[in-house]
Design a protein around this ligand. Structure first.
Ligand code: FEO
Length: 412
């Protein structure tokens, strides 16, 4: 991939990853992902964020470096904003090609360099506000922004071009192709990247939303001309758009959109029949909803809409005296990802004996959910149960409509 010029001697280098492999070994990326690195050239040369050896990424970045008149072996500084191996997996090989480059990270980042890659020399710890002068007017400043989404994370700022290099923050799934800048993509492509940035946020970052808000507040004084993350679009026309989008995503940890995520599984159609009545009730109240059948749909996509929505329907049958197993997996992911502050309705059918309710209620202990009265029935719903189910759907929709104050970011 050729380098893309952000400003005088500031370049974006990116590797597009198209693979059946999973991101973090969990999350599907059917439309790929980009690994972005950045080159800043003064009298000295800095490479910001690296890559892993994944689908030819080192070669793609090497081609970008060459098109910008640089090589891995003439880089003076390697800045590692974040040590997760998608940005550092190729570090040992880099070191073999370039034994003299200084590797720069926070104290916790340097500890991880030693632990992951057994590199003990040529390391420099930087603290909040430290400066690296590359010469020729190129000055990098480092801001510690812990827990986006690992504890060692920092953000690098280049003051001449007013470019922010935030690594994972403001990132997205989705390969870029031969364009990288926000002004080069069509409105339809932006719709795709908006969805993929929400999924990326919900999957990777959402548990750390308070730290996202804290970092954005910390950087508020910077006059940012370009946001250059290490996944996804580089924002030079409208950098505020992705910052505001991330603030909105962070606010979903407290209050979602006035929408309902319906997550359902059904063995023989009886739970589905009851769910159809709930959906009729929701539609009568005019509240938008999304439908997600488990296990057909990967939890990555379920998580994105569940995180975004204020309302939730959990519809599943009892399975062997307990929660329908695919739903148990989804609920476990919700617990691990701290999916909080939802208004939830649980419904479901059972055959010869119930049991899902008992386990479901136990799972929900610790979830900060406002749970509406649930309904379970034997086999196929009766007419009376259909009536109740439709009314429960309406009640949920009304509760979602009347909830909260509309996504105001809280003071971290
Ligand atoms: Fe893109 Fe947390 O690594």
């Amino acid at each position: 991939m050729k380098a893309h010029l952000i400003a005088d001697n500031v370049y974006c280098l990116h590797a597009d990853i198209q693979t059946a492999d999973l991101f973090e070994g969990i999350w599907p990326i059917p439309q790929g992902v980009s690994l972005n690195s950045y080159l800043v050239k003064g009298e000295k040369t800095a490479l910001i964020d690296l890559i892993r050896d994944w689908e030819g990424a080192p070669n793609q970045i090497e081609l970008g470096l060459a098109s910008a008149g640089a090589r891995f072996d003439n880089v003076d500084y390697l800045i590692l904003n974040h040590l997760e191996p998608d940005h550092t997996g190729w570090l040992k090989e880099f070191r073999e090609q370039n034994p003299r480059a200084e590797i720069i990270a926070t104290a916790k980042g340097i500890s991880l360099v030693k632990a992951f890659y057994k590199i003990d020399t040529g390391l420099r710890v930087v603290k909040d506000g430290d400066i690296l002068d590359l010469g020729c007017g190129k000055v990098l400043t480092f801001f510690e922004t812990p827990n986006i989404h690992w504890p060692e994370t920092m953000i690098t700022w280049e003051s001449r071009s007013r470019t922010l290099f935030p690594c994972d923050a403001f990132g997205s799934f989705g390969a870029l192709g031969d364009r990288v800048f926000d002004d080069e993509f069509t409105p339809e492509e932006h719709v795709f990247f908006e969805k993929e940035s929400l999924r990326y946020y919900a999957n990777i970052v959402s548990s750390f939303s308070v730290f996202v808000e804290r970092a954005i507040k910390k950087l508020a004084e910077l006059d940012i001309a370009c946001v250059a993350p290490s996944h996804g679009i580089v924002w030079r026309r409208d950098p505020k758009k992705i910052i505001d989008r991330y603030l909105k995503y962070a606010s979903y940890s407290r209050e979602g959109e006035k929408e309902i995520a319906i997550i359902w599984g059904s063995m023989y159609g009886n739970t589905k029949a009851g769910l159809d009545a709930v959906v009729r009730g929701i539609e009568k109240e005019g509240v938008p909803y999304s439908l997600h059948r488990v296990p057909d749909e990967n939890v990555s996509y379920v998580l994105a809409d569940a995180y975004k929505s204020t309302g939730m329907v959990i519809a599943m049958p009892t399975y062997e005296y307990a929660v329908f197993p695919p739903m148990a997996y989804v609920l476990d992911i919700f617990r691990r990802k701290h999916i909080s502050n939802k208004i939830a309705l649980r419904i479901g059918s059972w055959g010869w004996v119930g049991g899902a309710k008992k386990e479901y209620d136990a799972i929900l202990t610790g979830f900060k959910w406002d749970n509406l009265e649930s309904l379970e029935w034997t086999g196929y719903p009766t007419e009376a149960e259909f009536t109740v189910l439709e009314e429960r759907g309406r009640a949920l929709a009304r509760a979602v409509s009347q909830s909260g104050s509309g996504n105001q970011p809280a003071e971290p």
